[in-house]
Design a protein around this ligand. Structure first.
Ligand SMILES: CC(C)(COP(=O)(O)OP(=O)(O)OC[C@H]1O[C@@H](n2cnc3c(N)ncnc32)[C@H](O)[C@@H]1OP(=O)(O)O)[C@@H](O)C(=O)NCCC(=O)NCCS
Length: 175
């Protein structure tokens, strides 16, 4: 298993959109109506919106390749690019996805460790993320990685208002 991270550039736009839509659908389509899913995918992964996110200096996307096969991705936000909190001392993991075929083989931990490494290099005090309250699998994964719930916020999946838990992991700063 040869694992390589690559920071995404603007030329990755189409691949990023395909991977984002596929991983999101695979994760959530069985728990949401087709019309709400369609509306969400069109809005969240609109090509112009993604282009703006790729160009935002406060957002970074990474692709993870496993034996040269694209197998997951990460989106990290700082400062004003964050979807909540906006604390310069924090790093947000907005997206962390492993493709269906590679889940349960440790790649989620590899993505998480990448986020932690970057947060440590940037001398952040904590990492936070939002996770749908019904995404039990991801919540367990985050708890296992030292995250705890600090609040909630709502978001719209198409026409349906849903609740995200906000979870935080404290980082131990050396020196
Ligand atoms: C959540 C996700 C990133 C985890 O990645 P993964 O590659 O499946 O998880 P890993 O194989 O790296 O597991 C890491 C650890 O978490 C544990 N874990 C993972 N899923 C778990 C679950 N459902 N229940 C309990 N523990 C779980 C594993 O047992 C493992 O523990 P270990 O290190 O002690 O063996 C991945 O399943 C995924 O992409 N899911 C769909 C997308 C998603 O929900 N993203 C989050 C949106 S907020």
């Amino acid at each position: 298993m040869k694992l390589i991270f690559r920071e995404c550039v603007i030329d990755d736009l189409v691949t990023l959109r395909e991977l984002s839509c596929k991983t999101y659908s695979d994760t959530f389509e069985h728990m949401n109506t087709p019309s709400n899913m369609k509306a969400y995918l069109e809005q969240a992964y609109d090509i112009g919106k993604l282009r703006g996110e790729l160009s935002n200096i406060n957002s970074t996307f990474y692709f993870l390749y496993n034996d040269e096969k694209l197998s997951g991705y990460l989106k990290l936000n700082e400062h004003k690019a964050q979807t909540d909190i906006y604390d310069p001392q924090s790093l947000e993991i907005e997206r962390i996805y492993v493709t269906k075929e590679f889940q349960g083989r440790g790649l989620g931990s590899v993505l998480m460790n990448k986020a932690i490494d970057i947060a440590n290099i940037q001398e952040k005090s904590y990492i936070w993320l939002g996770v749908w309250e019904k995404n039990d699998k991801a919540i367990l994964f985050y708890k296992k990685n030292g995250f705890y719930v600090i609040g909630k916020h709502s978001f719209f999946m198409g026409e349906e208002e849903q609740t995200d838990f906000i979870m935080r992991k404290d980082l131990i700063l050396s020196n």
